[in-house]
Design a protein around this ligand. Sequence first.
Ligand SMILES: Nc1ncnc2c1ncn2[C@@H]1O[C@H](COP(=O)(O)OP(=O)(O)O)[C@@H](O)[C@H]1O
Ligand SMILES: [Mg+2]
Length: 216
Amino acid sequence: MLYGGLTLGDVTLVYGEAETGKTSLAIQCAVNTARSGYKAIFVDSDGTFSPVRLSQIAQKDTEEVAPSITLVKPTTFQEQALAIDRLDEYLTKTVGIVIVDTVTSLYRLELGQPKKTFTLNRELGRQVAGLAQIAKTRKSAVLINSQVRNVFLQGAVTMEPVGTRVLKFWADTVLNLKLTGQSRMLKAVLEKHPQRKRSTSCYFTIGKTGIRRHRR
Ligand SMILES: Nc1ncnc2c1ncn2[C@@H]1O[C@H](COP(=O)(O)OP(=O)(O)O)[C@@H](O)[C@H]1O
Ligand SMILES: [Mg+2]
């Protein structure tokens, strides 16, 4: 669906509810980048990156790929800002991917104070613009995960990421991961892609070794 994977120089936004495979996909991208001989920077803002999950996904390659994955663990939205601002300092030609999982969790912790909403949205925009800039100038792939909650609109249930417009504006590729109601079965909707004119979708499952396309 993605023509082989994430594109160097592009920002890919993956959004979906909890448990839709965002972190699994992100770890898989880090592992596959490392397998190709490049480094991955994983900004773990959710604090859910686990070595156990990494070894399940990397399997026999774990010891080989783990040193190529740099973990950054911000605990506040300000720390996340600092981490993103500093990326340029430690990005080398060998960095193939920068991952932020998820970009909105620490931001969300601070929402709710009405006066701060404007400032927070502006700061989120600044961070995502910075990531897009890194993708373009460093020719690396950028994967941004965002968790969304249900929004009830006139009886219909639609999904909207927090700060949707900001994130979608900067993303070259937008992938929406959805629960299907069937256990272990999820749906990926490709909403935007530079090489696809129309949206397309597929089904997938999450297992021990990561996400896998479901073939019917
Ligand atoms: N080792 C595993 N074996 C099978 N399924 C797993 C394993 N680890 C995670 N999962 C599945 O993946 C889901 C969570 O995926 P995750 O990538 O953390 O989603 P998200 O980041 O969107 O919340 C869990 O609900 C579980 O069904
Ligand atoms: Mg997650």
